[in-house]
Design a protein around this ligand. Structure first.
Ligand code: NAD
Ligand code: IPM
Ligand code: MN
Length: 369
């Protein structure tokens, strides 16, 4: 049995609540004798600020670098608003992505059949929907220089952020999108604002050239980000793989989550480049945040966190069967009518985080016990 090292970083707010349910799924697989996991856990975000004065410590970065995979919860909350901007909880996730070189953030948005009428869109618009957003995660306006807030001679102030992309950064994330498309329906939509931004123009030119040179079998199209937001609501099934920059990817994936019924459903994988032996750093996290409005109440939907663990099995450990097993268990739970309160669906009883976790374990017992 392979021995795999997973670092759990639950974070703040609902992070620890949903992580606890993912951990029960990890324990279930271990009990089933399918794999031996070596689990470690550490602090990030506000929890790390409280303990160490910093949103993430070098020791945690070192543990993340050493782990086979990182499972991350969520960070942030109003109790840390008074922190200086350079010490806010959100730095933990940004720094992990950066220090581990995790440039490709995969955000799948599949619609579960049982949730078709949970979407605010009409059933015929979302039925069978399965979008994969590939978001660049360590470049663009999130990291570009110059940045900062400065005082002007007239006493006013100026806030500065800079959108920057190099051809190398664009090519490596586009390659991930093209490769994924090859295993899916063979379509990539590249999203930017080449009509307004030079970085967007370079993005379009670079993706076009790469597609022509290395992926002639993939159908590549281009779309402006504003139109893409509209098209996601109008006719989301036109999309298969969407590749886009850091900020647009952040926004469009929250939008895509509502097509599927709830932000509390969507997992993600953030991957680095493979080394000579095919090993790569990877971090898995729900796309939602720490949800301070419901934290501590046991109401959070743990399925995005559990599905993030399924992605970990798939992408880091190549455990396709176990990943599919976890996903089937989630699907079965939804088919049986279980809903947390974030899923807007008439006529369904609302259950809490732990009860939802119980239901997933019960389905695992049935399917794979
Ligand atoms: P959020 O994603 O935390 O919450 C948005 C809304 O969705 C809230 O109403 C929340 O209750 C609901 N929601 C989110 N996840 C849910 C779940 N699993 N189950 C049920 N309901 C859920 O976004 P926000 O309110 O804009 O941000 C809150 C904090 O989280 C901020 O500090 C923000 O910076 C941080 N954040 C962190 C991450 C991360 O750690 N990766 C991601 C996004 C936001
Ligand atoms: C996400 C979050 C983060 C981001 C924040 C918390 C830094 O919104 O993972 O989607 O903007 O990348
Ligand atoms: Mn986000």
């Amino acid at each position: 049995i392979p021995n795999k090292k997973i670092l759990l970083l639950p974070g703040d707010g609902i992070g620890p609540e949903v992580m606890a349910e993912a951990q029960r799924v990890i324990d279930w697989l271990t009990r089933a004798g399918r794999v031996r996991f070596e689990i470690a856990e550490d602090l990030v975000g506000g929890a790390s600020i409280d303990a160490h004065g910093r949103p993430i410590t070098d020791a945690v970065i070192a543990r993340a670098l050493e782990a086979d995979a990182v499972l991350f919860g969520a960070v942030g909350g109003p109790q840390w608003d008074a922190q200086g901007f350079d010490n806010r909880p959100e730095i933990a996730i940004l720094e992990l992505r950066k220090r581990l070189g995790l440039f490709a953030n995969l955000r799948p948005a599949p619609v579960f059949d049982a949730l078709i009428d949970a979407s605010p869109l009409k059933p015929e618009i979302v039925r069978g929907l399965d979008i994969m957003i590939v978001r660049e995660a360590i470049g663009g306006i999130y990291f570009g220089e110059p940045r900062g807030i400065e005082t002007l001679p007239d006493g006013g102030r100026r806030g500065v952020n800079t959108e920057v992309y190099t051809t190398g950064e664009i090519e490596r994330v586009a390659r991930v999108a093209f490769e994924l498309a090859r295993k899916r329906s063979g379509r990539v939509t590249s999203v930017e604002k080449a009509n307004v931004m030079e970085s967007g123009l370079l993005w379009r030119q670079t993706v076009t050239a790469l597609g022509a040179a290395e992926y002639p079998d993939i159908h590549l199209s281009h779309m402006y980000a504003d139109n893409c937001a509209m098209q996601l609501a109008k006719n989301p099934r036109q999309f298969d793989v969407i590749v886009t920059g850091n900020l647009f990817g952040d926004i469009l994936s929250d939008l895509a989550s509502m097509l599927t019924g709830s932000l509390g459903m969507l997992p993600s994988a953030t991957l680095g480049a493979a080394d000579g032996e095919g090993r790569r750093h990877a971090l898995y996290e729900p796309i939602h945040g720490s949800a301070p409005d419901i934290a501590g109440k046991g109401l959070a939907n743990p399925l995005a966190q559990i599905l993030s663990f399924a992605m970990l099995l798939r992408y880091s450990f190549d455990m396709q069967e176990d990943a599919a097993l976890v996903e089937r268990a989630v699907s079965a739970v939804l088919s049986s009518g279980m809903r947390t309160a974030d899923i807007l669906q008439a006529g369904t009883a609302k259950i809490g985080t732990r009860t939802m976790g119980d239901a997933v374990l019960r389905e695992l017992d049935k399917l794979g016990g």
